[in-house]
Design a protein around this ligand. Structure first.
Ligand SMILES: Cc1cc2nc3c(=O)[nH]c(=O)nc-3n(C[C@H](O)[C@H](O)[C@H](O)COP(=O)(O)OP(=O)(O)OC[C@H]3O[C@@H](n4cnc5c(N)ncnc54)[C@H](O)[C@@H]3O)c2cc1C
Length: 634
């Protein structure tokens, strides 16, 4: 019998790398089993990290001690802050990474980590002992033993690649599908569903004519994801380019769909695709009122001429791909280096997981990443990190790390998955959070640093840097709060020049900061006092202080609402409540439809129950009464 390790992680993608690193760094002997060691941390699709909602996830992962932010900062070749002119809740960091360098950077960290070994192998089944996860079975029939198992197999379970009429088994282009594991999971009692995602053809930059296209330059200074990263990106920064589809492009798509050449529309693909990241044929057919769609031409890296035309994901046959490329400005002469395709795959219905990402059916088995019905590197990575932390903590009998919805997008993501499930690839958006002004990129340390310190994954340097920033913010706000501004002629002239009303009474600098026209720099100059020395006020600190003070009223109201909602989330539903729901004449007043949902999804708290679609406030009220009745009998 092979040695029993603490944790086996299956799959070396974005979820698997974070899961394995978290376990190993928390002192657990970890084995990462993956189909190809050369493909560890491969970017299957767009070589970009972050964006609205996704950038928030990466920053949360960074504060919790994950790796993705550092790897993205190390290998980014085009950094931008999105939505700079919009509200602070939707301001987000995004970078185009050098695809090969990102993979190599992450592989290096994984393969040199203490407590972590790699094994190139295909896992074909689970090994259970008395219904509990006890390891995995490989293609050769070998059993690898472990006390916990984390599955992060991405799009590989039952993977089927589509390109026009061509259909072939595969996890992604050039890699075989995972065989056997789906049926092993089904035998263990897990329910699987089917989803699909797709990718674009790749183009040779030397055949693209950018002379008429809009250039998108990277931001300077570059925003960064990780508190560990130096201010300047180590790699040269390069531009992307913008173009658009035309009427002719849409005609080519319409004709191909009408001729039955699209596997999406001719019934060949059964799995649901991502509604918010649709393929080109989806966009053209389903949003027929739009005459044109934006395409971002994003380079794969510094040492390659390959370009990713973001927005042209397709599973149409190669001749149609070529035909529509010819109709897009700048791409008329473009040469394709790889064809676009779609992949259909099995996923684990995530309502079968508890909020620690452990399956409810098989104790000791955790699932993370695309396997749970999500799409995106960032969504995968944060789940991997949480699954890794929780598998490691369970070995020490420690309570799982469960983040609240008002605390982190990671909390929203997990709660959405395990409470509501998903019938399309789930992608993070800021609109999924009830209180998005509380979940900003700029206040990520305020939200998560304390929790992270308890978990113990964050290195000392990163922790101290984050802590120092939080202390500087607190000192700045306290300073502005105590600093008086007098209604002098000079002050009022400055206020009027800034487009805001003069003051007639002495006020505080903090109160003035509530006015949207006034930034920290101006208010400091009005106060005529060195409340914040120049060398302390960088742009990051100024933005944070301005946001906290300007939106102070909203933030206080949101905090009150959160406190009310938290009361529901703190109310655990005892298992006996489900026996009563299942029994005859019990808990009358709750409709059969609501009962069926509650019994199927088994929410862990009243808060979770209240977020299940169709569970009415009246039903939640009845459940609350029952919880109290059960508690009083104890
Ligand atoms: C065609 C395509 C298009 C995509 N388009 C987008 C997009 O537009 N936007 C976006 O955000 N995301 C997109 N993605 C998704 C993105 O690639 C994934 O969300 C992300 O990679 C998921 O990370 P993961 O760790 O869950 O899985 P993956 O990165 O897929 O990693 C899975 C790993 O598990 C290994 N593995 C699988 N089964 C086994 C087994 N049985 N035994 C051993 N090892 C195994 C594989 O070798 C692989 O290393 C796309 C993916 C594909 C394939």
């Amino acid at each position: 019998m092979s040695r029993v390790v603490d944790v086996i992680v299956v799959g070396g993608g974005h979820a698997g790398c974070e899961a394995a690193l978290a376990c190993a760094r928390l002192g657990k002997e970890t084995l990462l089993v993956t189909g190809s060691i050369e493909r560890v941390a491969a970017m299957s699709c767009n070589p970009a990290i972050g964006g609205v909602g996704k950038g928030h996830l990466v920053k949360e992962l960074d504060v919790l001690g994950g790796e993705m932010g550092r790897a993205a900062d190390e290998t980014g070749i085009h950094f931008r802050t999105l939505n700079e002119s919009r509200g602070p809740a939707v301001r987000a960091t995004r970078c185009q990474s050098d695809m090969d360098k990102y993979q190599r950077a992450m592989s290096r960290v994984v393969s040199t980590a203490t407590n972590l070994r790699l094994r190139q192998d295909d896992v074909t089944g689970l090994h259970l002992k008395d219904g509990v996860a006890a390891g995995v079975v490989t293609r050769t029939g070998e059993i690898l033993h472990a006390r916990r198992v984390i599955l992060t197999t991405g799009t590989f379970l039952g993977g089927l690649l589509h390109r026009g009429q061509d259909r072939a088994p595969g996890g992604r282009a050039g890699e075989a599908q995972a065989q056997g594991l789906s049926s092993s999971l089904t035998q263990a009692g897990l329910v699987l569903g089917r989803l699909k995602t797709g990718t674009c053809p790749r183009l040779d930059a030397r055949t693209i004519d950018t002379s008429t296209l809009e250039e998108q330059r990277p931001d300077t200074p570059s925003p960064r994801f990780s508190a560990d990263s130096p201010a300047l990106p180590p790699l040269p920064q390069i531009s992307c380019w913008l173009t658009r589809t035309t009427k002719q492009t849409h005609q080519v798509i319409h004709d191909a769909v009408a001729a039955g050449r699209s596997p999406l529309f001719n019934g060949a693909i059964e799995g649901r695709g991502p509604r918010y990241c649709p393929s080109l044929e989806d966009k053209v057919i389903r949003f027929a009122e739009k005459e044109s769609h934006l395409i971002f031409l994003e380079p794969h890296g510094l040492d390659t001429f390959e370009v990713y035309p973001n927005g042209l994901s397709t599973s149409l046959p190669p001749d149609v791909q070529l035909q529509f490329l010819r109709t897009i400005p700048g791409l008329e002469q473009s040469e394709v280096t790889r064809w676009g395709y779609a992949v259909e795959y099995d996923f684990v219905e995530p309502t079968q997981l508890s909020n620690s990402l452990e399956t409810k059916t098989v104790p000791g088995l955790y699932c993370a990443g695309q396997l749970n019905g999500t799409t995106g590197y960032e969504e995968a990575a944060i789940q991997g990190l949480l699954a890794g932390i929780n598998a490691a903590r369970s070995l020490d009998d420690a309570a799982p790390l469960v983040l609240r919805r008002d605390q982190a997008y990671a909390g929203v993501l997990v709660d959405d998955l395990v409470t509501k499930g998903t019938d399309e690839p789930y992608r993070m958006f800021t609109s999924r959070a009830e209180h998005r002004l509380l979940l900003r990129e700029d206040n990520v340390a305020a939200r998560l640093l304390e929790v992270s310190e308890r978990i113990g994954l964050l290195g000392a340097a990163r922790r101290e840097r984050l802590r120092a920033h939080e202390d500087a913010v607190a000192a700045a706000i306290a300073g502005l709060d105590s600093l008086r501004v007098f209604p002098t002629e000079a002050t009022n002239a400055s206020l009027i020049a800034a487009g805001t009303a003069p003051i007639h009474e002495t006020t505080t600098a903090a109160k003035l900061m509530r006015r949207p026209q006034l930034g920290l720099a101006l208010v400091r100059s009005l106060a005529h006092a060195p409340v914040l020395p120049d060398d302390v006020v960088d742009a990051r600190l100024a933005f944070r202080v301005e946001t906290e003070l300007r939106y102070g009223g909203y933030l206080e109201r949101a905090a009150t609402e959160v406190a009310r909602e938290r009361a529901l989330d703190d109310e655990a539903l005892p298992p006996s409540i489900f026996d009563r729901l299942a029994g005859k004449d019990r808990l009358s007043g709750i409709s059969n439809e609501v009962k069926e949902k509650l019994l199927r999804l088994r929410p862990q708290t009243l808060g979770q129950a209240s977020r299940i679609q169709g569970v009415t406030p009246a039903a939640v009220g009845l459940l609350a009464v029952e919880v109290r009745r059960i508690a009083s009998q104890r």
